[in-house]
Design a protein around this ligand. Structure first.
Ligand code: NAP
Length: 417
């Protein structure tokens, strides 16, 4: 399609889907959105790091061709006040893979969060957050090296579906009347009312994605996290539909925890992924006390929102945790923190969250050599205690550097590797 402001680089080739898999040439076009606030600083630094790693891994044989796409404040400047231009969505659909910096949600009535809009409009139904400790990164845990999980959070349903009625509004009164008079529900007058839809369709596609990932990456287990003891027909149903889907589609490749103990005395037969489930509240405790018992986690939207930030804090916090929002093929990788406006354009913050989201992106397109190059160099820089301010304040004797100098140090290590 013809775009008004977006230009695709001429020498790059679009990623395609062939026989149900991504087909990535040696010169793929990847979309990027710079983001607001600290977005430009961390995007600039990260792109330099990714390009150095690609060069190191492939010596010029492969190259990324960036297509800049616009959302947020930069978009508003270009598209006459439109923060969410339709052609950006179209370009992401066309390019299949993109990465974005954080976006401001302008405060004010009726403005949908740009991030939520992006997830909903592109139906990016899985929020994927790998959380593992990198040697040297400050952590509040005694054994942070035991944390190595990938969390799949359902992104489209649950209390985030946006079905909410304000206390005292005619809509809330109407819904309350129906619930009380026709359904026999009891609750206090003037309650605000929210609805929590969780469907077999939404659950099955999320759990399928988590299991496929676990099988593909040779992970040990998948844990379904839910609050089904209290919310039986939503959270409990998520658990039941999850087990059902796994039995139907992955029966040969999986084994339930129950079977593991009943038939195999707790020793997992070769090549099987163990399927377990845990109640959400105990999961927070277990992720602090016995994190090594968990591997891939699949959970509902609200549980996943809380759990992913809590687990990220165990290994260095928001400055480093990467993430992606994915559909069946479309994937938008993103820093998990916000725009930190007080640090905008100060070349100060940690670029690692966005940078590692890019590492996930390279893994997704099959450029695993780039992943290895960065994963090898990063702990060496941290080991020298060359860090941005956020890590420095948790480490004794660190050298505090700017965003761009941190990128320089990492690139130096990449080139030396
Ligand atoms: P935030 O931008 O994540 O910042 C909160 C604090 O986290 C910062 O003040 C800073 O802590 C720390 N931090 C965040 N990013 C960091 C980095 N790269 N390196 C080091 N420290 C970092 O959260 P917020 O202030 O609540 O939100 C600001 C705006 O971002 C809002 O408009 C919100 O809607 C938006 N937001 C966007 C996204 C997204 O685009 N995905 C996500 C969340 C929020 P210290 O002050 O302790 O240094």
């Amino acid at each position: 399609m013809a775009y008004e402001h977006i230009r695709f680089p001429e020498r790059g080739e679009k990623i395609r889907i062939v026989d149900g898999r991504l087909k990535v040439s040696d010169n793929p076009i990847l979309g990027f959105v710079e983001g607001d606030g600290i977005g430009p600083d961390i995007t600039r630094a990260s792109q330099r790091i990714w390009e150095a790693a690609v060069e190191k891994a492939y010596g010029g044989k492969r190259k990324v061709h960036w297509a800049e796409l616009y959302l947020g404040e930069k978009a508003a400047g270009i598209y006459d006040g439109d923060y969410f231009p339709a052609e950006t969505l179209e370009a992401i659909r066309e390019l299949i893979v993109a990465i974005k910096g954080p976006l401001t949600t302008p405060v004010g009535g009726g403005f949908r969060s740009l991030n939520v809009s992006l997830r909903q409009d592109l139906d990016l139904y899985a929020c994927v957050r790998p959380v593992r400790h990198i040697k040297g990164v400050p952590s509040p845990l005694k054994h942070p090296e035991k944390v190595d999980i990938v969390l799949f959070r359902e992104n489209t349903e649950d209390v985030y579906a946006g079905i909410e009625y304000e206390s005292g509004s005619p809509e809330a009164e109407k819904v309350a009347k129906f619930l009380k008079e026709e359904m026999g529900a009891t609750f206090f007058d003037e309650a605000g009312i929210g609805v929590k839809p969780i469907s077999p369709f939404g659950t099955r596609r999320l759990v399928r994605k988590a299991i496929e990932y676990a099988i593909d990456k040779g992970r040990e287990s998948v844990t379904l996290v839910h609050k089904g003891n209290i919310m039986k027909f939503t959270e409990g149903a998520f658990r039941n539909w999850g087990y059902q889907l796994i039995a139907e589609e992955f029966g040969d490749q999986t084994i339930t925890e129950q079977e593991l103990w009943d038939k195999y005395d707790g020793k997992c037969p070769e090549g099987k992924v163990i399927i377990k489930d845990r109640i959400a509240d105990i999961m927070f405790q277990l992720m602090l006390l016995r994190p090594d018992e968990f591997d891939v986690i699949a959970t509902t939207n609200l549980n996943g929102d809380y759990l992913s930030d809590a687990v990220a804090a165990e290994v260095g916090g928001m400055g480093i945790a990467p993430g992606a929002n994915m559909a069946d093929y479309l994937a938008v990788f993103e820093a998990t923190h916000g725009t930190a406006p007080k640090y905008a354009n100060q070349d100060k913050v940690n670029p690692s969250s966005l940078m590692f989201s890019g590492v996930m992106m390279f893994d997704y397109i099959g450029w695993s050599e780039v992943v290895d190059v960065i994963n090898d160099a990063y702990p060496k820089v941290i080991g020298k205690k060359i860090v941005t301010y956020d890590f420095a304040r948790q480490m004794g004797g660190a050298t505090t550097v700017s965003t761009s100098s941190f990128a320089d140090a990492l690139i130096k290590e990449i080139n030396a590797g």
